[in-house]
Write a protein that binds this ligand. Structure first.
Ligand SMILES: [Zn+2]
Length: 441
C-alpha cells in the first residue's frame, strides 16, 4: 500500500514483537496539527501511522520500534501496551473539537492498513482494540462513530449485535479498574449511547461477550491535548508561572476545578512593600463574566489591616506534590525533580462587607461539609444564639477579583514513557501517581 514517510523522533526499542493493534483518533483541530505534534520531540507522543480523512496514510515510526501512543494501559494480562502494540491515529477532531463521522476513504485506508500490518505480525482479532478499551478511565478514542462493525466484516477485530438497552451492563475497564456503575448513578465516563459494540474482557479469551453500550465519552470527558493554537495566542509576557510551556494548563474550567479541589490557598501580597503571606480557605465564585476568590482572615493577621484600603495579591493553590528520584527512571543521567500541580489567581483584593463575610463563611462550610457526605452537613444553625455573631467579629472577609489565572501541571510530561511509568510505579498510592495516569498525554 502507498504510505507517506513522515518520521517522528518519538520512539524507543521494543521489548517484544507487536501482537496488539490500538486505534485512536487524533483529537486535534486538523490532521496536520496532529502530525506535527506527533513528530514534535517536545510532545513525547507518537504513533506508527496516521490516517488522514482523505485516506492518505503516513508512517511516523517503523513497526519494529516502540511508538508512544497508549500511555498507561492494560489489555489481557499486559500492561504498558506500547511495548507490544502498533498504534494507528485516525484523523478526527474528536469530542473536544467537533467529533464527526469518519469518511469512507479514511475507513477504507484503515481497513487496508490493518490487513497489511496483519500480514507481517500475528495479531488476533481480540487484540484489535480502541484506545478507550485499554485506557477506559481516561480515553474516549476512537469513539462511538468508529465503524467497528465494518472492520469486523472485513475480517478484522470483533463485533456483536445487541439492543442498546438503557442501563445495560457497563463493560469492565481494561486497565483493571472496573468501569462499574454505582447503584442509581451512571459512571461519569460511560453514559449509555445508542451505538453498541462488543465488550472485550482484558482477562478473557478475547471472544466477544455481552454487548454493552459503547464505552466512549459523553463529550465532556475527553482527552486533553494541548491546543497548539491556544498556546500561540497567549502573549508570552502574560505568563508568570513555570517557564516550560509543556507544563501550562490552558483550560480555565480545569483550573477552577483544581482551585475548588484545593481551596486552602496561600495569599501573597506586599501592600506596603514588604512581602506578607496568609493562609486561608477560599470559595471560588463565578461572577458575571469573571471569577472571584472569596476568603477571610483573622483580624490579627498581618494582611488584615491593609484590607480597608485594598491591595494586589496572588492566591496560590498547591495540589498534590511529590519528590521524584532519578532512580525511578529507566533512562540514565537524570536529576531529582518535583512533580506537582498548582494554580495561581492574581488580582486586586477588596474588603467584603458583613453580609459578604457571612455569605463567605456559610458558602465555605457548605462547600467543605459537602465533601463529608453522607454525614449530615454542619450549619451554624447548630450554634447557640449569639455565638456565631460574636465569633464573626473576629474575622474579616475579602474578595480577590481574578485578573490572571494560571496553572501548572508538572507531571513528567517531558519524560519518555518508560520513565513516566517507573515514577508512577514507585509513587504507588500517592495522589501524584493518579494525576500522572490521568493527566495530559
Ligand atoms: Zn488515543
Amino acid at each position: 500500500m502507498n504510505v507517506i514517510e513522515a518520521p517522528s523522533p518519538n520512539w524507543d526499542a521494543r521489548t517484544a514483537p507487536p501482537d496488539t493493534l490500538i486505534l485512536h483518533y487524533t483529537g486535534m483541530p486538523t490532521g496536520q496539527e496532529a502530525i506535527d505534534w506527533l513528530r514534535n520531540p517536545e510532545s513525547k507522543v507518537s504513533s506508527h501511522y496516521v490516517v488522514e480523512e482523505d485516506g492518505r496514510v503516513f508512517r511516523l515510526v517503523p513497526e519494529e520500534r516502540r511508538a508512544w501512543h497508549a500511555g498507561v494501559s492494560f489489555w489481557k494480562g499486559q500492561r504498558a501496551l506500547n511495548g507490544t502494540s502498533i498504534g494507528i491515529e485516525i484523523v478526527n477532531p474528536g469530542h473536544e473539537w467537533g467529533y464527526r463521522p469518519f469518511p469512507e476513504a479514511q475507513i477504507a485506508s484503515v481497513i487496508a492498513l490493518v490487513a497489511d500490518i496483519r500480514t507481517r505480525w500475528t495479531i488476533d482479532d481480540g487484540r484489535i482494540v480502541g484506545h478507550s478499551d485499554v485506557a477506559p478511565d481516561r480515553k474516549d478514542d476512537p469513539g462511538e462513530l468508529f465503524p467497528w462493525k465494518r472492520l469486523a466484516e472485513a475480517g478484522h477485530g470483533l463485533w456483536a449485535e445487541a439492543p442498546a438497552a438503557p442501563g445495560a451492563p457497563i463493560g469492565e475497564g481494561g486497565n483493571g479498574r472496573r468501569g462499574l456503575r454505582l447503584p442509581g448513578r451512571p459512571h461519569p465516563a460511560r453514559l449509555c449511547l445508542p451505538a453498541v459494540r462488543p465488550v472485550r474482557r482484558p482477562d478473557g479469551d478475547g471472544r466477544a461477550r455481552l454487548p454493552a453500550p459503547l464505552a466512549a465519552g459523553d463529550g465532556r470527558r475527553h482527552r486533553r491535548r494541548r491546543d497548539p493554537r491556544a498556546a500561540d495566542r497567549a502573549p508570552p509576557a502574560r505568563r508568570l508561572m513555570h517557564p516550560a510551556r509543556l507544563f501550562h494548563v490552558e483550560d480555565a474550567g480545569r483550573l477552577v476545578a483544581q482551585l475548588g479541589a484545593q481551596p486552602f490557598v496561600t495569599i501573597c501580597a506586599a501592600p506596603d512593600g514588604r512581602p506578607r503571606v496568609a493562609h486561608a480557605p477560599a470559595v471560588v465564585r463565578r461572577l458575571d463574566g469573571g471569577l472571584a476568590v472569596d476568603f477571610h482572615l483573622s483580624r490579627g493577621n498581618a494582611l488584615s489591616p491593609f484590607l480597608a484600603t485594598g491591595f494586589r495579591a496572588v492566591a496560590v493553590s498547591l495540589g498534590p506534590e511529590a519528590y521524584v528520584s532519578p532512580d525511578w527512571y529507566e533512562s540514565p543521567d537524570q536529576v531529582p525533580t518535583w512533580n506537582y500541580v498548582s494554580v495561581e489567581a492574581e488580582g486586586p483584593v477588596a474588603i467584603l462587607d458583613e453580609a459578604g463575610l457571612i455569605a463567605q463563611v456559610d458558602a465555605l462550610s457548605a462547600q467543605e461539609e459537602a465533601r463529608l457526605l453522607p454525614k449530615r452537613p454542619w450549619t451554624r444553625a447548630k450554634m447557640s444564639p449569639g455565638v456565631f455573631e460574636k465569633m464573626v467579629r473576629g474575622i474579616v472577609g475579602a474578595r480577590l477579583t481574578v485578573e490572571r489565572l494560571e496553572g501548572i501541571s508538572k507531571l513528567s510530561q517531558n519524560k519518555a514513557e518508560a520513565d513516566r511509568l517507573g515514577v508512577i510505579a514507585a509513587l504507588g498510592d500517592h495522589p501524584v501517581a493518579r494525576l500522572m495516569e490521568n493527566g495530559p498525554e
